[in-house]
Every structure is written in C-alpha cells, then in structure tokens.
Design a protein around this ligand. Structure first.
Ligand SMILES: [Zn+2]
Length: 675
C-alpha cells in the first residue's frame, strides 16, 4: 500500500504491482569491465578464458528458458557502466539480444545504469564536456577517495551539479527504452562530496533559498563568504546544510531520471541502489542519501550481501531495509549472496541451500518487500563451469516450487497492511548529524525487538503519516527533534499513542542546539536537569498519565572501554515495551530460542496473518503463541500448509497455539470470531 505523499504519482501503474518478483542478476557487468579490472570481481572470475563464452551463454535463449523454469521473472543486466554509450555500443547490442530472448520467456529486464563513476580513458574522447564532470576536492584535485572509486583509479566519480552529466544519464535512459528494457536500475546513486565551481555556486544558491536567519542558524551575519566545508564535522551548521544539500542533489537526480523514464515509457520500473542495508556505507553523511526522499522509486536494491541467518548471537536480516522502504511504498530486492568458499588460496562461488532460499522468500513476504531472489546472479564457477541455474535442473525445479508456494501466499496476502504495533522513529537529523551513535542505538533496539518476537516497523521523521496504527513509538537516542516533529509526537500521544525514548531524545532541536528541557517533557512527565539525568541513568521512568516511558540513560551505547552508559537489562525494557504496546490486543509469541522472527499483517477482511521465521539451521521446538481473549478465533496454517501440526487450547480467556516444530517458516491465519 502506497501512502499519500507530496510526490506526483507516476503516469501509470508500474508492472511490479501485486506481482511477486523473483529476481536475479543476469550478468551485472559488461565483459569490458572485467577485462579492465583484470581479475576477480564480486564473486565472479573476471579474467578467465571462458569469460566471453559465459557472457554469450547468459544472453542465450537457453539461459532464458532455464530461468523461466526456475520461475525467475525479472533480471538486471549490464547496459551502461560509464565507459560511454559509443564505447559500450557492442555490448549494449548484446543486452538488446538478451532482452529479446528473455522476453520470449516472459522475463522482464532492468537495464543497469551506473550513476556513480565514469571512465575517463574512454568517455572523455566521446564527450568533450565530460572532462568537466570530475568531482573535485578542496584543492581542485580529483585523486583518491572519495573522488575515485577506491583503488580503481580508472573510475572517476562524476559531479551531478553539471547539467550536462545529468542529461547524459537521460540519454542512457532513452537508449535503454529503445532496446526494450522494462526497467532502469540506477547503481551507486551517491553524492559523496565535490568542491568544484559548479557545486560551490549551487551550494550558495541552495543556502540562499533555505537559510532564513544566517546569524541564528550559522553564527554569520550573511552568507556572502561561505564555501563548502572541507572536513566532516556534523555539528558544524554549515556541514549540516551541506548534508541537506547533497540529499537534495541525489533526490533531484533521481526525480529527473524517474520522470524522464516514465515519460518515455509509461509503466517502466525505476530501481536504484544507494547502499540501503549496506553494513559499511553511511548513507546520509557520506552518500547524501535519505531513504525518505525516494518515494518516487518503484524498487530499491538492498545490498547487505548476506542471506538471512543467525550468526554470533545476532539475527542477520533485511528487516530494516525492507521496512524502511515499505514506509514510503517502495519494493526491495534483497541483495543476498553466499560467502565465498576457499579452496587453498582460491575462492569459489557458493550456492545457497534450500533453507537459505526459503528465508529470503519468507522475509520478502513478511516485511513487505514483494521481491525475492535466489543465488546472487548467474555466476560461473572455476574453469568455465556453468552457473547453478543453468547447469542444475533439480535446483531449477526446487526454485520453481518455492516460488509457486510464495506466489500463492502473495495473492492470499493481497491488500494486507503491516499490523506491527511498535515502530522505531528513523530520523533524518539523527542519521545526518550523529549517525554512528544513532544507527547503533537503532540497530541495538531493532535486534532486541527481533529476538523477542515483537513485531515492529519504522516511522520516518519526515513522513508523519507512518504513525497511523502505531501503538508504541520508540525513539532510540533521537537527540534532535524539531518543534514541528515534537508537535506531531505530542498529538500522537494525545490520541493514546505511547512513546518510549532513550537518552536525551528531544532535548535538542533539528540543528542539535540544546534546549532547556525535553521537547517531549509533557509526554515523559519529567523535566531535564543534569541532576535528574545523573540520578536516573539506570532507570525506566513510566509516566502514568500518558503511558509513555523515558530511559534517561543512553541505552544501547557504550563508552570507549565498552561499558554501557545505561545498565538497564534488555529483558526489563522488553517488559516495559510489552506493557506499553497494549498487550491485550496483540498475540504474544514465546519462543524457547531467540533466533525466531515474528510479524503480523492484517488482511482487508480483518483477519490477521502471523508469520514466524527461524533464522537458524536448528529447528525450534514447542513455540507458543498466546492470543488474548479479544483475538479468539480460528487459527490455521496458511503456508507451508504441510507443516501445520498445531495444538490449540484455551488457557482462561486466552487461546494458546503450540507449534511443535518450526523448521524454517510458518504463516498462520487468525480469523477472530467477532468482527
Ligand atoms: Zn561538483
């Protein structure tokens, strides 16, 4: 369900609506790129003698048939890598051939367009203006990070302040439409800093439009002498403005591309990768990407490079990326891949097992992503061995069975909404001006909720409509809260919503200027003072009047020696959360092991779908769901139906469902008697 937003609606429904996409990479780089890089790249041997033959195989009718057999209905393939449209013309012609062959099997194709790097060795000869596109540092040099792509010195990062660069990308879109692509896939949508003259000018113009009072906001009488900051210093008000400017830059680029693509081909599917879900990218501060800006997309690529799993006491999941995207109505491709296997010093591409694949599909269904995938692409193996999809009929058959099951489930879930009663506030200010601690506080809280089977979603700070239906909103170390957001949170509280906040949440404004008191002091029922904070570092304070909760200590964060700032045990917070989320209306899952995820969806007829996902390879036994009296009704397994040996009994007013054995996933449908 797409929430209302200020963005203009796309001219026609994209082809992804209500259809479970089963996706894979079908050759993510042109052969030219592998030759230039001279070796292994993203789990693919790039310099083998079999490279051309492998590439030819990927675009063949046989590959299309094999993928169709495996139930794949969308792929992404190479199209424009940044060498230049002329240089890449021969391989673009091969992509056109791939599209024809794949269309014959009903498979749709995203054309990959590289936003983040261009190759000066070729594109400068093609496009004389491209010489001007290099991102520049303070000294007008462009060497090294973040002006080049890591050690790949032959890939230069371009600057989107150049109108001619953006127009070049639109030409790429035109070409993709011309060869029949069903979608465009923008990779490395980033704005990681540029000090060129065009950017300095654009930044000054941006400030002239957005800064109301230079003295109050920046300590400057006027904006005449300013320039783009030279160092990362998030508390610097000019740096904050620069974060906003770059988020505006990437948003503007993406809107231009999306509008242009839809004008050229109504219904085209627009996808982008800006690193959501990545464990090492800092999306906003480094990349100029704010997830709330991308409601214009149809699809995001979440590249955490891992299959859902239970590892070292943590649930590895795409929950956050999927739910953030769902908050703005965008689907997500989970960019899963299996860790390479080492044979001596040589790395070999690995193939996921059936459990790993099931978990990807289950997460997609549970968390509203709408897109699942199998192995990470049509990867060849040592000495020219074919990719698993092409060589293994049994694997294809299993993939189709899995996809068929989930297609049926997806249609059973049509029109459902996220019924998670709890949400975490994901704030632009927190991620922009204090990202390391803020992200840590959010992920610690999220991990705890996941491991305690508490269904939750995200509310974006600039999308207050996300609060609809939330009973408890958690602010983990959300220091900066604007007056406007504080007003929305107070209104949420007045309507019966509860807030649980940690640390100094709301004690600062949107520019991290400290207030005299929490903006939400009335909601918490306390007043800030240094003494109050010191005395309550390890306390959970419940305001009986509003039901809201404050933990004045910075829960989830630790000092340099690893000592937690707040010693409140996670178990105690979970109790406070369960009490605050109005437990009498919510199913309560009791899992003997923490590696089980739990999610709730509500169908249009009022029935609930409860989803359980075991992240470990060890089966979970005797899992219990208590349904409070209000939810009394019939419970049956929706998927997979075969594993449904449920024991249901009454315990006082409550109904208890016992699941004797949870192998991977189980979806239950709960139809309350009286509605
Ligand atoms: Zn620039």
């Amino acid at each position: 369900m797409k929430p209302s937003s200020s963005q203009s609606p796309s001219p026609s429904q994209p082809a992804t609506e209500n259809e479970l996409i089963v996706w894979t990479w079908a050759g993510w780089e042109p052969v030219q790129f592998y030759r230039r890089i001279g070796g292994f790249h993203e789990e693919q041997e790039g310099n083998g003698h079999g490279l051309e033959a492998w590439s030819a195989k990927l675009r063949s009718p046989q590959a299309a048939q094999a993928l169709h057999e495996a139930s794949i209905n969308w792929v992404t393939t190479h199209f424009f890598k940044g060498f230049g449209l002329k240089t890449e013309a021969p391989e673009i012609a091969q992509t056109a051939e791939l599209i024809r062959n794949y269309h014959a099997e009903g498979i749709k194709v995203f054309a990959y367009i590289q936003y983040g790097t261009i190759m000066p060795e070729t594109i400068f000869a093609e496009e004389p203006e491209a010489v001007e596109w290099k991102r520049m540092d303070w000294h007008h040099h462009h060497d090294g990070h973040p002006y080049e792509y890591g050690e790949q010195y032959w890939r230069v990062k371009p600057c989107a302040s150049h109108d001619s660069f953006r127009k070049y990308l639109l030409r790429c879109v035109d070409k993709a439409v011309e060869i029949g692509a069903d979608g465009v896939w923008i990779d490395n949508l980033n704005s990681d800093g540029c000090h060129c003259d065009a950017c300095q000018k654009a930044f000054r113009e941006y400030l002239a439009e957005t800064v109301k009072d230079p003295w109050l906001e920046m300590g400057l009488p006027d904006l005449a002498g300013i320039a783009i900051p030279r160092v990362e210093r998030p508390r610097d008000p000019l740096f904050q403005a620069w974060v906003r400017f770059r988020a505006h830059e990437t948003k503007t680029s993406m809107e231009m591309i999306a509008r242009h693509a839809r004008e050229r081909k109504p219904g085209i599917v627009v996808a982008a990768n800006f690193g959501i879900g990545s464990v090492h990218l800092r999306n906003l501060i480094e990349g100029g990407n704010w997830v709330g800006n991308y409601g214009i997309l149809d699809v995001m690529y979440a590249e955490n490079q891992a299959f859902p799993a239970w590892e070292q006491g943590k649930i590895v999941s795409q929950h956050q990326s999927m739910k953030l995207a769902a908050a703005i109505g965008v689907k997500v491709v989970p960019g899963a891949s299996v860790k390479m296997r080492k044979v001596g010093p040589y790395e070999i591409a690995n193939v996921p097992d059936q459990r790993q694949l099931r978990r990807v599909f289950a997460e997609s269904a549970l968390f509203g992503a709408g897109i699942a995938n199998g192995p990470w692409g049509l990867r060849g193996e040592n000495a020219g061995k074919d990719p698993i999809y092409l060589r293994d009929a049994e694997f294809r058959k299993n993939s189709r069975q899995l996809a068929d099951g989930y297609r049926a489930l997806q249609s059973a879930l049509a029109g459902s909404v996220d019924a998670a009663p709890v949400a975490i506030l994901y704030s632009f200010e927190a991620m922009g001006y204090d990202d390391r601690d803020s992200l840590k506080a959010v992920t610690s809280m999220a991990q705890m909720l996941l491991q305690h089977q508490i269904p939750f979603r995200y509310v974006l700070s600039d999308h207050p409509e996300n609060m609809e239906g939330v009973k408890l909103l958690i602010l983990p170390h959300v220091l900066g809260v604007s007056d406007e957001l504080a007003g929305q949170l107070k209104a949420f509280s007045k309507k019966g919503g509860r807030i649980l906040a940690t640390g100094r949440s709301s004690l600062y404004d949107q520019a991290l200027r400290m207030r005299n008191d929490y903006a939400l002091a009335d909601v918490f029922g306390v007043q800030f003072s240094n003494r109050f904070e010191a005395e309550n570092q390890h306390a959970i304070l419940v305001n009986e009047a509003t039901g809201s909760v404050l933990l004045p200590g910075e829960w989830g964060l630790a000092d340099a020696e690893g000592k937690p700032f707040c010693a409140v045990a996670g178990e105690r917070i979970v109790v406070a959360i369960r009490q605050a989320m109005c437990i009498d209306a919510i199913p309560h899952v009791l899992s003997p092991l923490p590696q089980v995820g739990f999610e709730m969806l509500r169908l249009p007829d009022g029935a609930y779908v409860l989803g359980l996902l075991n992240y470990s390879d060890e089966p979970v036994r005797s899992l219990r769901i208590t349904l409070p009296g209000k939810l009394a009704g019939t419970v049956k397994a929706l998927h997979p139906a075969a594993t449904a040996e449920l024991a249901v009994h009454q315990s006082g007013a409550d109904t208890v469902v016992v699941i004797p054995h949870l192998d991977v996933e189980l979806f239950l449908i709960l139809s309350p008697f009286s509605r």
